[in-house]
Design a protein around this ligand. Sequence first.
Ligand code: HEM
Length: 532
Amino acid sequence: MSKELYANSKDDAVYSTSFGVPFPHHPYSAQRAGPTGPLLLQDTYLIDALAHFDRERIPERVVHAKGGGAHGYFEVTDDLSDITYAEPFQKAGYKCPVTVRFSTVGGERGSADSARDPRGFSIKHRTDWGNWDMVANNTPIFFIRDPIKFPHFIHTQKRDPQTNLGAGPDASHFWNYLTQNPESLHQITYMFGDRGTPDGWRHMNGYSGHTFKFISKEGKITYTQFHYITDQGVKNLSAEKAGELAGANPDSSQQDLFEAIDNGDYPSWTVYVQTMTPEQAEKFRYSILDLTKVWSHKEFPLRKVGKFVLNKNADNYFEEIEQVAFSPSNLPNGLEASADPVLQSRLFSYPDTHRHRLGPNFNQLPVNQPRTFQKGSGCPFLAGNFQRDGNMAINNQGNRPNYLSTIRPIQSVSVPDEDFKSTHNYTGVVTKKMEDESLSVQTEEAKKHDEKIWEGASYIYVSGIQDIDAEQPRALYEKVYDDAAKARFIENVVGHASSIKQPGLKEQVAKYFGQINDDLGQKVAKGLGVSY
Ligand code: HEM
């Protein structure tokens, strides 16, 4: 437990009501009509305490409900000024505060940290030019490439509508979905391997998975993916140990991170990008908008950018971690979302769910508030806009006009050069040209390339997979996993799928894996006791 917690033997605070008036009685007291009579409505203190208690819970995250995190800093060690004009990447040495949250995906808020599941890996960078959120996972690929499938797949891991049972006693829904949607093979082959149960959050890598676009000062685009490589080394739990921890200590990863930071053993990750020019992207064997694929490190080597370090635990978990709201749409100018349809849909989904989970002013909560909105933060500009009021408006922008006024006009920020400005307008940037021209968030060049890439990716809406889709999971199973890892992988799959009750589905699970390797399919069938 926290050393600080035990060091503080006395709290300086005076016990008070929620309106700040010292309470002149014992905290357990309540007003009643006589020694045994009913309670009094005039007991504002009791009513205030109970009414607040009644409202303590906010909705848990619909996915990634179980997690934990900490604060620290991000530092640029190698600039990217040749490929982006994004301010945070211009100079080595640039540093900004971060809040990071790690999580599992499918489980509820009290579920086990050691579950076989991807891990969320989110970083909120509070840069001098606004917030940049990287909402990543510890797997470089994902289950889907069609966003409409996300609710379907997630529902297979939630409680059954009739029995109210989770997936444990019967994995039919989970495998029924997967066998119908075989583009999940790569992610599943990864997740049922050793990396599916990381030994705590400190010992895993993070990956953007999606392709993003850097925009240079000249308006050129460079496609990119981000990698966060753990400086603690990758360490995984055996399936047995993960199962044991799920019962004995469901908060094992939370405890491991908290105690490491509390002991001054600050975890860090080195940040890299993989980059690709549009010309390379057009020739690339796979679509760069297909989230079920990785880019070969040999062909597209990692380029170092910086590091982040976690050196401060939250003082208050709810305020600083439960209420943190990450959005893949929070991007600095000079870094843009690609046309990956899953990423595109996430641009909508996160701010939308935050409005539901935390309210319309979620960005005004201290943990989410961009430093650019804070006077005296040392940022090169003070942010302002025309959003006002709503629940819990705690930074309502003072007496700044609440419309685009010429009486006290809001300033516009400069953009790289005039030519670029004419084709590339930004959200939040007010220019004369913006009033005259239709709104565009892409350069003409970027649009052209996106269209080409998009054509190449049109097969993503075809259900089922083509053999090209089996290549990477096949390589993972055949070349990356040694014999012992292969055996563990099969054991994990068989262990999970053996609870399937739906007749005929076990055979389909074997065939699902048979798509990447026939011998694997046969072994899964044998393990499940079905014919192949
Ligand atoms: C959390 C939606 C795909 C990473 C969430 C949340 C939603 C969501 C609604 C809850 C956010 C909150 O309440 O704060 C979606 C949709 C997806 C998708 C609709 C696809 C169509 C992905 C992918 C990744 C990812 C591909 C990683 C590459 C995360 C992470 C969190 C999260 C890390 C937890 C954020 C936190 O710690 O607060 N997602 N997601 N998601 N998602 Fe996704």
